[in-house]
Design a protein around this ligand. Structure first.
Ligand SMILES: [Zn+2]
Length: 72
C-alpha cells in the first residue's frame, strides 16, 4: 500500500463528455472497458447548477495519473 493520498480529478469543465459520463479515464481519456475504479469527484458548476460528478480512472494503473511527488 502506498497510503491514502490520491490526486484530485480534473475539474468537470475540463472533461470530455465521455469522461464526464464515466466511460473514459479522467486522466488519459482511455476507454474503461476492462478495469476502472473511482478517481474521486470532479467538481464544477454552471450558474446555479452543480456539475460535480464522480469520475473514473484506469485500474490498476494509469500512466497519466498524477503522482504525489510529480509535477502539479
Ligand atoms: Zn487512464
Amino acid at each position: 500500500m502506498t497510503g491514502a493520498w490520491r490526486p484530485k480529478p480534473p475539474p468537470a469543465a475540463d472533461l470530455t463528455g465521455w469522461q464526464y459520463l464515466g466511460w473514459r479515464c479522467c486522466w488519459c481519456a482511455g476507454l474503461l472497458g476492462q478495469g476502472a475504479r473511482s478517481a474521486g469527484r470532479a467538481e464544477g458548476h454552471s450558474g446555479a447548477h452543480d456539475l460535480s460528478v464522480e469520475v473514473y480512472e484506469c485500474d490498476p494503473h494509469c500512466s497519466k495519473r498524477p503522482t504525489e511527488t510529480g509535477p502539479a
